[in-house]
Design a protein around this ligand. Structure first.
Ligand SMILES: Nc1nc2c(ncn2[C@@H]2O[C@H](COP(=O)(O)OP(=O)(O)OP(=O)(O)O)[C@@H](O)[C@H]2O)c(=O)[nH]1
Ligand SMILES: [Mg+2]
Ligand SMILES: [Zn+2]
Length: 329
């Protein structure tokens, strides 16, 4: 090999820069792991002055984003560009905050992992997630996990919820990640797709991925028996390739799902069955709260729209008014 001309080194260093396209597969604080088109994982950061156009977000780049990186001589990189997103799931970063947090981008679908108990998932939480997914056109499936733990009362609640959400048009399935009952059906739904797994802490998101992807060994944690809540075991989002093709995105469990970027008049559009009835409301700017001739309120009174769905709708409207949401949502 020809000897290096040492005089040239400073010039090479200052000019070293390779632009590459890649997919953001992991986000730990300010570092993003970008998988490049040639299959390398490059630890990358965002340049200080880099800002997404309109979104005031705690994470301007999210797992699932397709980006361009500028690789430096140390083998790390700066993210210089984000390709336009096909869709994303976004929520309010925290109670009282005006900032948004993008959970993941460019999804083919989302699976909301729900547990009727251990921990309890409320319908308000489910409906807020569903409304956001409607807003950004992400298809959602509800997966009810931990069916091995349910007593008779939990079982009845499970059946009620499955009937409710199926009737609105959301596919539902049951799963026991512990015994793998229902896992094969899930596999079929996941093949060749980019799927976000979301839900409260402790519902079993990481356990499900561990069962589907042998060898990944994601950390899982027991739920607190005292509080009947998860312990926030997963602390960063990560995209995991499936052996059969496709990707799963594991995310940290969320407490409350504060909605964001929704105008009052739009909210009922994201509740499919409310939207259907709203076409019959006397006023076309009806908020379905107290207006005379409201077909939505009538449908709730007639038992055609479930009270829980209507309550969830009102809770999102209330968020706007108080500019905050309550933690338990
Ligand atoms: N009985 C039972 N336990 C389960 C099942 N699925 C998961 N678990 C348990 O539930 C607990 C929480 O599981 P995780 O996979 O850590 O939950 P997670 O949704 O990833 O939680 P975070 O990372 O905190 O958001 C663990 O103790 C799992 O073993 C199930 O189907 N049945
Ligand atoms: Mg987890
Ligand atoms: Zn109305």
């Amino acid at each position: 090999m020809k000897e290096l001309d040492w005089a040239l080194i400073p010039i090479l260093n200052s000019q070293f820069s390779i632009l590459m396209r890649g997919l953001v597969i992991k986000n730990t604080g300010s570092w993003y792991t970008v998988r490049t088109e040639d299959g390398r994982d490059i630890e990358s950061k965002i340049k200080g002055n880099f800002r997404l156009k309109d979104i005031k977000s705690t994470n301007p780049v999210a797992v699932g984003d397709r980006v361009v990186i500028d690789i430096n001589k140390e083998g790390t990189a700066f993210i210089t560009e984000i390709e336009e997103r096909k869709n994303y799931i976004i929520r309010r970063a925290s109670n009282l905050s005006k900032q948004a947090h993008i959970i993941a981008a460019n999804l083919d679908q989302a699976m909301l992992i729900v547990t009727v108990n251990y921990p309890i998932t409320t319908t308000i939480f489910i409906d807020r997630f569903l409304a956001t997914a409607e807003a950004y056109r992400v298809p959602v499936k509800l997966v009810f996990n931990k069916i091995d733990r349910y007593n008779n009362e939990d079982q009845r609640a499970l059946e009620y919820l499955i009937e409710l959400y199926t009737s609105i048009g959301y596919p539902c399935s049951t799963l026991c990640a512990r015994t793998e009952e229902g896992l094969d059906a899930l596999k079929t739904d996941l093949k060749d797709k980019i799927t976000l797994l979301s839900g409260h802490s402790g519902v079993g998101k990481s356990t499900i991925i561990n069962k589907l992807v042998p060898g990944v060994n994601l950390r899982t944690g027991d739920i607190s028996e005292y509080h009947n809540k998860g312990m926030h075991t997963t602390t960063f989002s990560e995209m995991i390739p499936l052996p059969e093709g496709g990707y799963l995105i594991d995310t940290p469990g969320i407490k409350g799902f504060g909605t964001i970027e929704m105008a009052d008049a739009e909210i009922s559009h994201y509740f499919r069955e409310l939207f259907e009835y709203s076409e019959e409301c006397r006023f076309n700017n009806c908020t379905h709260r107290h207006e005379p001739g409201c077909a939505v309120i009538q449908a709730v009174n007639d038992g055609l729209i479930s009270e829980s769905r209507y309550k969830s709708y009102l809770s999102i409207l209330d968020d706007r008014m108080e500019s905050k949401y309550r933690e338990e949502f």
